[in-house]
Write a protein that binds this ligand. Sequence first.
Ligand code: PGA
Ligand code: ZN
Length: 423
Amino acid sequence: MAKITNVWARQILDSRSIPTVECMLQLDTGHIVTASAPSGASTGTYEALELRDNDPKVYHGKSVYKAVQSVNQIIGPALVQLQIDPSKQDVVDKKIIELDGTKNKTKLGANSTLAVSVATTKAGAIVNNMSLHRWVSALAKSRGIDAKPHIPTPMFNMINGGLHGAGNLDFQEFFVIPASSSQYSESLRAGVEIYQEIGKNLSRRGAIHSVGDEGGYAPNLFTNADALEILVEAIRLSNYQVGRDVFLGLDVAATTFYKDGSYTIRDKSAPMNEELMIEYYKELNDNYHLALLEDPLYEDSWQGWTQMTSKLGGQLIVVGDDLLVTHPKRVEKAIAEKACNALLAKPNQIGTVTETIDVIRMAVDAKWKVIVSHRSGETNDAFIADFAVGVGADLVKFGAPARGERVAKYNRLSAIELELAQG
Ligand code: PGA
Ligand code: ZN
């Protein structure tokens, strides 16, 4: 039995140049593992707290020295004192939750708790002599998820709008999603070929095409629907067929353009109420055969979500991100009210690996789709690639197939694909 002998943290930078927490965890075998926390920009109101120092003179208030201290002074010493084997992920996470003692990780910060929790999972894999995704799979199994090893379908975020783009689009993410029957290596190739074709297309149109926070292009366009047109054109020019080889999807992130009961987007001259917004999605779906819509409505509009899912849920995957925030209470309510039919699982919204697995279990039991997701602020830590495979996720959302912190995850899936093929 191995033991955790040392746990410490430091402040590093994420892909947006914003400080985040990196945790190191050492075993009595001498092994050291490292894990870091990602960070969102369009965060749901009900997410666990990301602890920041809020001193405007230091990193514009974004430094995380307090969260680093949570690890160095509270979580680390407690785990070392327990002399605990990192295989006991549930005991470690329970201890972290107990040390925090709040509903939303407001004392220690979910950025510190998650970094330690993920480091524990990585150490557990070493101790059990397993690749990380197999170890996650074992943990998932012990929590009631019996996942078959497969590579989830990637959702490539080709165009970045909303809070992630420098351009003028209201919708946050425009996805190209390869058919779920495709092999991952084929899906990745399609994603990359289409991504590059979109770049050429935008250049031809003279639309500015710098990339946004998740590596997708961030153009200035007349409407959000124009972005879908560009995807369709690029797919055709890449010799793929929409509706057969690849599908389209959107993370609307509607809370970001919702105000006082109405939704304002550049496609329409006047703000829309919920009913009109749902009508508009129906129209978009008729024109583009969308496969997936994430956060189509405001995060607290429960009745609207139920209406939306009853109208369109038979045809497309309706994903709750800001609606659910990977929280068991909100997922429970959404299942009861049939508010959506898919979970976006973001470990840092809840703050530990065990709690994330337990929320995924609820979604699996409800026969929902499960999507494991990165955040717009990421590090090169590829943990979620292994995590997604281990919990048997249907889909993954890692951004565009560009920029190091996104590509790290896609490349890790390629390695796992090879490993699975070798048996
Ligand atoms: P975030 O965006 O990481 O900025 O919250 C991702 C998403 O909304 O899915
Ligand atoms: Zn989202």
